[in-house]
Design a protein around this ligand. Structure first.
Ligand SMILES: Nc1ncnc2c1ncn2[C@@H]1O[C@H](COP(=O)(O)OP(=O)(O)O)[C@@H](O)[C@H]1O
Ligand SMILES: [Mg+2]
Length: 308
């Protein structure tokens, strides 16, 4: 079994992707799988078209890696690849679209509005922000409608901090998603498999001082993780069922990570869906594997096997 991991790319999350790719490749090599890591460049398409029998694992984070574009290329080149297909990736990548699909399937997700930068300017920032605060209240979370690694995400507790949060967000995407902030227990549920045979790994609980931002994610020390999450059996069941339902209704394939906040009434609120979850030393997916008592390589091999 040969595996080709695609990592790098030109997004803001290039470094994270490279670290993810290296780590998965090392784990696979450790169990005798021939695994290479390759960046995305002008030689990629002919190379993909020349492959036979190799399983490609796209591990690019951010736009073209997660929005279905790279998956379209893989399909065009006839590659056998790990992960969600282009159309479902496109739906999952857009937070407001994914929230809508999940909500229609009965999954709770924070109330929200979206706002493109152009409309925000045309209507006058203050008018829009006042209406938004009246409708959704405070605190709010302002985030790019499409993005990752918490880049451009701000929790706003005071009205006067909103304009700055909007500007920061528009640096990453033309459309802002502004949603009610949920206070509760943040957990990430890693899902492996497809459809009815998908299963969850133990949820990982995330506790940060302040926001679970880029720095808190990729530099050791600022975040405390509890694996498995400190949930009672009803809460753990609710988290697992919600994650599996999200994975299924969004037609995600082979692996995903579903991020949820368990609110004060014990309802898992869907926050974020990831088709190419981070696999670095501090990432949640590998922590979930470790919490399950299995070897990283064992689960990575299983995922590659699903693609085959
Ligand atoms: N509605 C919300 N309520 C409370 N915290 C939130 C909310 N949305 C996001 N967050 C916090 O911000 C972080 C990043 O937001 P998320 O939507 O997951 O973006 P990304 O795709 O960049 O990971 C989350 O891990 C969580 O800590
Ligand atoms: Mg997230």
């Amino acid at each position: 079994m040969d595996v080709l991991i695609l990592a790098g790319g030109l997004s803001h999350e290039r470094d994270v992707s490279i670290r993810s790719g290296r780590r998965v490749a090392d784990a696979l090599r450790g169990v005798g799988v021939k695994a290479d890591v390759r960046d995305v460049d002008s030689t990629l398409v002919p190379f993909l078209r020349s492959l036979s029998g190799t399983i490609v694992w796209p591990m690019l984070h951010g736009a073209s890696g997660e929005d279905g574009s790279l998956q379209d290329i893989l399909e065009m080149c006839g590659a056998t690849y790990v992960g969600t297909d282009p159309r479902a990736a496109r739906v999952a990548w857009s937070k407001p679209v994914a929230k809508t699909v999940a909500h229609q399937a009965g999954i709770a997700t924070p109330d929200y509005v979206t706002l493109p930068a152009s409309l925000f300017r045309e209507l006058g920032a203050d008018n829009v922000l006042d209406a938004m605060v009246d409708r959704l209240g405070l605190p709010l979370v302002v985030k790019p409608a499409r993005g990752g690694s918490a880049l451009g995400v701000t929790t706003v507790t005071a009205r006067e901090d909103l304009p700055r949060a909007m500007v920061d967000c528009f640096a990453y995407d033309e459309v802002a998603l502004i949603e009610k902030a949920i206070s509760g227990v943040e957990v990430a549920a890693a899902v492996v498999g497809d459809g009815d045979s998908a299963y969850t790994l133990p949820a990982v609980e995330i506790v940060t001082d302040g926001n679970y931002d880029y720095d808190a994610r990729y530099n050791a020390g600022r975040t405390e993780y509890f694996t498995p999450a400190r949930l009672d059996s009803d809460q753990a069941k609710a988290v697992s069922e919600t994650a599996l339902l999200a994975h299924r209704v969004l037609a995600l394939r082979h692996l995903s990570r579903i991020d949820l906040i368990l609110d004060s009434s014990g309802v898992p609120q869907l926050i974020d869906v990831n088709v190419a979850p981070g696999m670095t030393e501090t990432s949640l997916f590998p922590q979930a594997i470790e919490a399950s008592g299995r070897d990283l390589a064992d689960v990575y091999k299983e995922i590659v096997g699903l693609a085959r």
